[in-house]
Design a protein around this ligand. Structure first.
Ligand code: 2M8
Length: 423
């Protein structure tokens, strides 16, 4: 067996072990329910080895959709799993548009249409597209309808859990929230080291935001009415690609993809406007606070959507993504891309979204560099990413200096995206 075959076989084995039947758990112990973008990324890997199982993943996630269109960030299919905060915190059954199965009341980055495209390209299935495209279209419409805040086409997130939890770019916005006392014992604490997870103060603030959103049935009149409202470039870049993919999928069944294509065009124009020539990166925006680059990898995310022109993409790669002082490999920290710039005071190489290397982030960047025509650079990042999983296994995230596996072991999206990068 070649090393590629053996890595692929180990990845398939992780997905098999985490398979709970209806859905693949993000990790074996820490995350026992179905998470939205985890499932989409898992389906992208499954497209390479078992598209039929990938379609099951998509259908299961869509069982959690709300009648207003939202596809929630967690679907609590199993009621007795060990995870706190669980369904009781959300009380979705009190909300008129919630489905029969318990879910959270917020959403996550909309990768799903891109996953459906990957499945269709691997194994065309028109009936499946006819079944799921209306739900994907309804979710994207819901995002534009409830999360737009001006004419730009960009959308806002209303909870850090809608993107990268404790990333430093959310620090200032979170500091304005009065934390709640935690009324439950965090289940992550039972499985993982404290230094690798968000703090209790951050959790107190996450719960305060949930409580205030829950009072309004998770539907604030507009994002600016929500206590936390942030224009996350990772979320918006993912939506831009998903809109393009949805338009393409409609084309496959002779449907009307004009709305989705127009949505992608507006988002692209708005993302392009956020380029910062001095920083060689893009500016984020806190709707209740500042506008500017954040020294987190989200500043680079428009690359995924092919936003920079070739000059900008090369500058961003050389001066940001691959810069040894910022997100790129350096002598003392050879693993990249770090989720926070090494020059930032907030950089913490072990703590969750505050510095470690994540396989999903690298996957988005590899695909973006390819889209932008930077083939050699994409290949360099692809190889480094595969070397990391080869060396340290399919961890949730990794220490940039040592490559040490951190967070959950046997993490599903790390396995699934390694499969995609190997193909
Ligand atoms: C993490 O989020 C959950 C809360 O939703 C947690 O910290 O317990 C994040 O990394 C999120 O992006 C991911 O979808 C989820 C499951 O992997 O875990």
């Amino acid at each position: 067996m070649t090393s590629v075959q053996s890595l692929a076989a180990r990845a398939v084995e992780v997905l098999r072990r985490n398979d709970a039947g209806l859905f693949v758990k993000p990790g074996p112990r820490v995350y026992p329910f179905q998470w939205n973008w985890d499932s989409a990324l898992v389906a992208i890997g499954l497209a390479r080895v078992d598209p039929e199982r990938g379609r099951v993943e998509v259908r299961s996630l869509l069982r959690g959709r709300w009648s207003d269109g939202m596809v929630p960030h967690i679907v609590f299919h199993l009621q007795d799993a060990d995870y706190k905060p669980g369904p009781e915190v959300w009380g979705s059954s009190e909300c008129p548009s919630a489905p029969g199965v318990a879910t959270s009341g917020i959403t996550q980055p909309p990768v799903l249409a891109s996953a459906v495209r990957a499945l269709h390209e691997a194994d065309p299935d028109r009936a499946f597209l006819e079944e799921v495209l209306p739900a994907l279209d309804a979710w994207h419409r819901w995002l534009h309808g409830t999360r737009s805040f001006d004419e730009s086409g960009l959308v806002a997130i209303v909870h850090p859990w809608e993107s990268a939890d404790n990333a430093p770019r959310f620090d200032a916005a979170l500091a304005r929230i009065d934390p709640r006392e935690l009324t439950f014992a965090r289940s992550d604490r039972r499985h993982l080291h404290d230094a690798e997870r968000p703090t209790d103060l951050e959790y107190g603030r996450y719960m305060a935001i949930v409580e205030r959103l829950r009072e309004r049935g998770y539907r604030p009149a507009s994002p600016s009415e929500a206590p936390f409202a942030y224009v996350d470039l990772a979320f918006n870049s993912i939506l831009a690609v998903a809109e393009d993919d949805l338009a393409w999928l409609f084309g496959e069944i002779g449907g009307d993809g004009k709305r989705a294509a127009a949505g992608a065009t507006r988002l692209r124009a708005a993302l392009a406007e956020r380029w910062d020539e001095t920083e060689a990166a893009y500016r984020e925006r806190d709707l209740h606070g500042a506008d500017g680059t954040t020294q987190t990898v989200a500043d680079l995310f428009p690359v995924y959507a092919g936003i920079p022109d070739e000059r900008q993409a090369r500058k961003l790669f050389a001066e940001s993504m691959w810069s040894p002082e910022r997100f790129g490999p350096s002598e003392d920290a050879p693993w990249a891309v770090t989720t926070v710039s090494k020059s930032s005071a907030a950089y913490d190489p072990r703590r969750y979204w505050r510095g470690p290397v994540w396989i999903n982030i690298n996957w988005f960047l590899v695909r973006g560099l390819e889209r932008g025509g930077l083939a050699a650079e994409a290949e360099e990042l692809r190889r480094l990413t595969l070397r990391l999983v080869e060396t340290s296994g399919f961890a949730e995230y990794y220490h940039a200096q040592t490559g040490e596996p951190l967070g959950s072991e046997d993490f599903s999206w790390s396995a699934a995206l390694a499969l995609d990068l190997l193909s």
